[in-house]
Ligand binder design. Structure first.
Ligand SMILES: [Zn+2]
Length: 393
């Protein structure tokens, strides 16, 4: 095989793969496998003894290889942390949406350089744990200027950027939330749309109600931003129904669902993104992944990495929690963390290792992907290829 990729880089044969999970289709398990990467894409995948030649080769020594994780939900543009709030919560103070305001104050006070450096640190931390595609939201600025700069900074690390001006009503609008919705759907959206692919709303008691969420999602759509939604996290609510009604790509959290919510998800194309790190970190009941999967709902797992309710960046932890606490099989959890996340971002080029996919691969220091759930808390990521390039770990 010659260098045919658009980058002109030499092709690479990754061989000695003890277990390859292509996720194309489903788990797509192969043993004694090889992958050829060319031009940043998967050019070939199959049995090692039938692999075509390439310019260079690398033997992974019988280890397992999986697609890079697609983390479709994170809040990484912020300053400060809330370790004290976490400690208080663990000794009896319940989580509420209002804690977001602490991070808003710190974020507004930070420079662009400080925000960008913290974001880069977290994205690198994610990559060391196997995440190769990440969605990043704004939502800790809550002024026209601070939301727009948050998204401009996020755009430097990912194309999956989400305008979340409707995260919480900031203190200066507390007496008149309607004026804040006007700001979000007007000048703030105008300033943020050039830097964002998505629009999102925290539809929850204490944040934004159904009518406000609908207005913000439709205003975003009119500006070319497709919608996603935070909903049904802290209690039952109208968010999941609204997400399905509007045909959003994803509705995230889905912890408190009634039968109508599950039916709506099953009959819509909307992905239910489960964020078990939140329930772990707030000591709350987990969403019921088994019920959703059995109903035929598309399920994704994501980190929701943020400084308040869940400050983990670890997709392997989410997989372990999905299996241990939410009734998922290890195969279902891996799929939710790869193809599920891709679906939640309406991407078909990442989250699997079919021919033509972006060559985002993770080599595990383990003989099987099963070890992701079987060995929780153990750093199993040995090597990561991002667009076919070995990243330095
Ligand atoms: Zn979130």
């Amino acid at each position: 095989m010659t260098s045919t990729g658009s980058t002109g880089r030499p092709s690479l044969l990754l061989t000695g793969i003890g277990e390859l999970s292509t996720l194309d289709p489903e788990l797509g398990l192969l043993h004694d496998a090889a992958v050829v990467v060319d031009g940043g894409r998967v050019a070939w995948a199959g049995p090692a003894n039938r692999a075509p030649a390439a310019d260079a080769s690398h033997d992974v020594g019988g280890r397992a290889v999986i697609p890079g994780f697609v983390d479709s939900h994170s809040h990484l543009v912020f300053a400060g942390d809330r370790a004290e709030e976490f400690a208080a919560r663990m000794t009896g103070t319940p989580y509420s949406a209002g804690g977001i305001r602490t991070t808003v104050a710190a974020t507004r006070a930070a420079t662009d350089e400080q925000l960008a450096a913290n974001l880069a640190r977290l994205v690198a931390e994610m990559q060391r744990q196997g995440t190769t595609t990440v969605e990043v939201k704004s939502g800790y600025g809550l002024t026209v200027h601070d939301e727009a700069r948050s998204l401009a900074i996020a755009r430097q690390v990912t194309e999956e950027t989400t305008f979340l001006g409707a995260h919480v009503v900031p203190p200066e609008h507390a007496d008149d939330p309607a004026s804040y919705v006007d700001l979000v759907t007007g000048p703030m959206l105008e300033a943020c749309a050039p830097h964002a692919k998505w629009v999102d709303v925290f539809c929850e008691r204490g944040a934004f109600d159904e009518d406000q969420a609908r207005a913000i999602l439709l205003a975003g759509r009119a500006k070319g931003l497709e919608g996603r939604l935070h909903a049904n996290q802290l209690g039952p609510g109208p968010g999941v129904g609204l997400a399905c009604e509007l045909g959003l790509a994803a509705v995230d959290h889905c912890t408190y669902l009634d039968d109508a919510d599950v039916d709506a998800l099953a009959s819509s194309g909307t992905t239910a993104t489960l964020l078990p790190g939140v329930e772990f970190s707030t000591r709350s009941p987990y969403p019921d992944a088994r019920r959703l999967l059995d109903a035929g709902v598309h399920v994704a797992l994501a980190s929701d990495c943020n400084p308040g309710s869940c400050y983990t960046s670890s997709m392997p932890l989410c997989i372990a929690l999905g299996v241990r606490e939410m009734g998922m099989s290890p195969a279902e959890a891996l799929a939710a963390a790869t193809t599920g996340g891709a679906r939640a971002l309406r991407r078909t080029d990442v989250g699997h290792l079919g021919v033509g996919a972006v060559a985002d691969l993770v080599v595990l220091d383990a003989p099987s992907y099963l070890h992701l759930a079987y060995r929780p808390g153990v750093p199993l990521v040995r090597d990561v290829l991002v667009r076919g390039r070995r990243s330095v770990l």
